[in-house]
Design a protein around this ligand. Sequence first.
Ligand SMILES: *[C@@H]1O[C@H](CO)[C@@H](O)[C@H](O)[C@H]1NC(C)=O
Ligand SMILES: *[C@@H]1O[C@H](CO)[C@@H](O)[C@H](O)[C@H]1NC(C)=O
Ligand SMILES: *[C@@H]1O[C@H](CO)[C@@H](O)[C@H](O)[C@H]1NC(C)=O
Ligand SMILES: *[C@@H]1O[C@H](CO)[C@@H](O)[C@H](O)[C@H]1NC(C)=O
Ligand SMILES: *[C@@H]1O[C@H](CO)[C@@H](O)[C@H](O)[C@H]1NC(C)=O
Ligand SMILES: *[C@@H]1O[C@H](CO)[C@@H](O)[C@H](O)[C@H]1NC(C)=O
Ligand SMILES: *[C@@H]1O[C@H](CO)[C@@H](O)[C@H](O)[C@H]1NC(C)=O
Length: 492
Amino acid sequence: MSVMSCVTVILLIDLVCSGQVLWRIKDHVHNIQQAKVKQHLTHATPKKGTIHQPVDHFDRQNDKTLPQTYFVNDVYWQRSDGPVFLYIGGEGPLSKFSVLFGHHVEMAERHGALLVALEHRFYGESINPDGLETDKLRDLSSQQALADLAAFHHYISQRFSLSHRNTWISFGGSYAGALSAWLRGKFPHLIYGAVASSAPVYAVLDFSSYNRVVGHSLTNEAVGGSKKCVAEVKGAFAAVEAALLMGNETEVGKEFGCCETPLKLEDKTELLHSLADVFMGTVQYNEQGVAFSIAELCDIMTNKSDPREEAYDRLVKLVMMYRARENLPCLDVSHEKLFLELNNTTATSSYRQWFYQTCTEFGFYQTCEDDSCPFSRRFTLQSQTELCSRLFNISQDSLLVSIDFTNQYYGGNQPQTQRVLYVNGNIDPWAALSVVWNETMADNDRVIFINGTAHCMDMNSEKSVNKPALHQARKRIEERVTTWLKSAALKI
Ligand SMILES: *[C@@H]1O[C@H](CO)[C@@H](O)[C@H](O)[C@H]1NC(C)=O
Ligand SMILES: *[C@@H]1O[C@H](CO)[C@@H](O)[C@H](O)[C@H]1NC(C)=O
Ligand SMILES: *[C@@H]1O[C@H](CO)[C@@H](O)[C@H](O)[C@H]1NC(C)=O
Ligand SMILES: *[C@@H]1O[C@H](CO)[C@@H](O)[C@H](O)[C@H]1NC(C)=O
Ligand SMILES: *[C@@H]1O[C@H](CO)[C@@H](O)[C@H](O)[C@H]1NC(C)=O
Ligand SMILES: *[C@@H]1O[C@H](CO)[C@@H](O)[C@H](O)[C@H]1NC(C)=O
Ligand SMILES: *[C@@H]1O[C@H](CO)[C@@H](O)[C@H](O)[C@H]1NC(C)=O
């Protein structure tokens, strides 16, 4: 599995989750961002509300409803015909910060926009009262989520007496970035323009390119990576595997601070997964407050000042530092425990719901079966899709059919969309599934590719991160939004 999510400031956007460690990193980035946000906030209390959506928008016979949380911030909204900026929630809880902080909020201030945000169904507080049993999860899908957004548009329009004179622009990052693009594609009469940050709009069963980009980013000198760094990482993983293979589980378990000795084959794989997650999380959230940046991580992995230390020993050190910085008493390596968490219909981690969506719509399994991946070959597609069948009785064949449908239905990474801006960073492994520039593209007006940034970085407030390329990208995003608002005003 793989974690996605944007965890941006406030914006918990996020996607898929990999192992437990990556999922934890995602949550951690989110918490750091929220703490930062709190420091900056002085005024403004957004309105929180609940709307009741049909549990199934596509079945008129079904009159059950689902509570859905939303936030409204109207402090910047000055003219009754002013624009509306819709922030779309992703696969996790949404907080009030979604209308208080971030680049879209700064733009709302300058353009006098009404800010509204909607939590995604089945996440956070917007959970089906019947729970998360498999048959209830049937109503969890991106299509239902888009229908929720359309109904929310209607609801807000009534509440604030809006009309066609109010131009709606949608924003989202990671999975919610894809929703932003798709919302514009499916409801062009409701949404005038859409910004889709780090949006994996192309569904894929075997997401092997994720770890290819991770390997690539670890060699990228502009962010502190190097070829040497990747070579050391490869060496370290090979050594861990060799030690596990030769019956040294007890030592290995102790050295890496595992909660239990990885004796079973699947627990060994889980350990390797947890170790890989430290690298994957570091790359995906580079410079967003995770335990290490790529530069720090590579400094540690390539530090040969003690000639007695091997790559393996440096990995042990890295993981020890990681646990200390993240306050992690030990590393969970029990595959069964992971399974039980995913199987738990009352757990609050969002893990189960997102995994269900990967099994029914997107795949996104971060495998490591080709040469470009620096970790362990044990991360096979099989080991991940097995969980779909064990948890939800979904076979790999039906997974393929669903993924194919998703790409047909939304247009994959060659969508025929207009007024959708796809923003990505070249360090981010998820960029591989988004719309990025390509020589054959007639115009490059609809893509922004940021040199040196990771997942969803553009969504953060301009104050929080300062890199020239990022600053430039935010300027271009705002220029595009301004152009849309002007052209909409002309049409009216
Ligand atoms: C990205 O930035 C680095 C320096 O930060 C530079 O060396 C490299 O050429 C840039 N790449 C592109 C494609 O602009
Ligand atoms: C297994 O552990 C023993 C004792 O710590 C050590 O001497 C040996 O080198 C280890 N073997 C491998 C393959 O790591
Ligand atoms: C390299 O390792 C040595 C000891 O193992 C340590 O003293 C030094 O601070 C490390 N350097 C870096 C850049 O991490
Ligand atoms: C998984 O959960 C279902 C009910 O939600 C339960 O019937 C099943 O026994 C659980 N599986 C395991 C291995 O605990
Ligand atoms: C499910 O998760 C909840 C909350 O984390 C926990 O209290 C409960 O014991 C778990 N149930 C099972 C069957 O593991
Ligand atoms: C699992 O799916 C198969 C094929 O769709 C079906 O025949 C079978 O009854 C399902 N099993 C359970 C336990 O739902
Ligand atoms: C560029 O896009 C075209 C179609 O738009 C696609 O066939 C081709 O594979 C892409 N090239 C690269 C290098 O991604």
